[in-house]
Design a protein around this ligand. Structure first.
Ligand SMILES: CC1=C(/C=C/C(C)=C/C=C/C(C)=C/C=C/C=C(C)/C=C/C=C(C)/C=C/C2=C(C)CCCC2(C)C)C(C)(C)CCC1
Ligand SMILES: [Fe+2]
Length: 293
């Protein structure tokens, strides 16, 4: 698959969603919530489910003890992170946003210099707060963050989005020569900017996270580890299943409230737990890859 394919697929999907909205095609809330959960489980989670395979590839001969220790450490880091969020939600959310900017910036690591990729990731993640402040604060309170803290965090997001955007505008002149060569990536970047400020935040997030972040990761893993799609599905399926079992247990054990609130909590607090270990591993893997090339 050529490298542009993810950009093309993402940009076309964003355009389709804009057309749907222009024609007032709206899904009932429960259908939208189920689609959101389904997309996260079937497309978002699998990109992290390759972590065990990637980690084994980083060792020359991973022993059984090493593999058990890796799995144990990954689960431990996940559970500790989730506990930190449950005890200090505002702190958890702030850390989540910051590490997400860092992790998502790797989507443009090959295309843009590090600082610019970081600023762009900050715009992608924080710009929705400029237009959808109230709905973002509402989502944050559903994630257990007290309203006063949620308001402060959304203000900080607005500030970060504006500062990062200004930084990008200042830098864009320097980049104009390189940018001219990468037509589809420019369309991807424009699509992301429009999606961030025009689409409802959860729709923007799910389109970006599933169709761009996860898709780029699958493509990178398949190219670098020489795996085909079927092989990757087989590798990730048991891990996705284990994650879904873990999520279902949490749903069953923890106190329930409205279904949409429960889905939001399960997805975002769960993703925070998984992100810490996933992010460190992918960082090590990408550093090793750039040393090899
Ligand atoms: C390997 C392994 C495993 C698995 C793993 C996995 C499966 C992973 C995954 C991972 C992942 C899958 C990751 C992800 C990430 C994500 C992120 C990083 C996100 C972020 C986001 C954000 C930050 C958001 C924000 C917001 C909100 C919250 C609301 C609304 C608005 C907005 C959108 C802004 C297990 C444990 C089983 C075992 C051991 C080993
Ligand atoms: Fe990722």
């Amino acid at each position: 698959m050529p490298n542009n394919s993810v950009s093309k697929f993402y940009s076309t999907s964003v355009a389709l969603v804009f057309i749907m909205l222009a024609f007032n095609v709206a899904l009932p809330d429960t259908v939208a919530a189920l689609l959101f959960l389904l997309a996260i489980i079937t497309i978002g989670i699998p990109h992290g489910a390759l972590d065990f395979y990637i980690a084994k590839g980083l060792k020359t001969k991973p022993s059984i003890q090493w593999q058990v220790a890796f799995l144990g450490l990954y689960v431990f880091v996940t559970l500790i992170s989730i506990s930190i969020w449950l005890m200090f939600p505002a702190f958890g959310l702030s850390v989540f946003l910051l590490i997400s900017v860092y992790h998502f910036s790797s989507d443009w690591a090959k295309l843009l210099p590090k600082k610019i990729a970081l600023a762009f990731a900050a715009v992608v993640l924080c710009a929705p707060s400029l237009v959808y402040k109230a709905s973002i604060i509402e989502s944050f309170t559903k994630l257990l963050v007290p309203e006063a803290h949620a308001t402060l965090i959304s203000l900080a997001m607005q500030l970060l989005a504006i500062l990062s955007f200004v930084f990008l505008l200042v830098q864009i002149k320097k980049l104009s020569k390189e940018l001219r060569k990468i037509k589809w990536q420019i369309i991807e970047i424009m699509g992301l900017l429009l999606s961030a400020v025009l689409l409802p935040p959860l729709v923007h997030f799910v389109l970006y996270f599933c169709l761009l972040h996860s898709a780029k990761h699958w493509l990178a893993v398949s190219q670098s580890l020489d795996l085909n799609f079927k092989g990757m599905v087989l590798i990730s399926a048991p891990i996705v299943l284990a994650t879904v079992v873990g999520g279902s247990l949490a749903w069953w054990l923890l106190p329930n409230s409205a279904p949409m609130t429960d889905i939001l909590r399960l997805v975002f607090i769960g993703l925070f737990g998984l992100t810490v270990a996933h992010m460190v591993l992918i960082d090590v893997w990408q550093r090793q890859q750039s040393l090899q090339h």
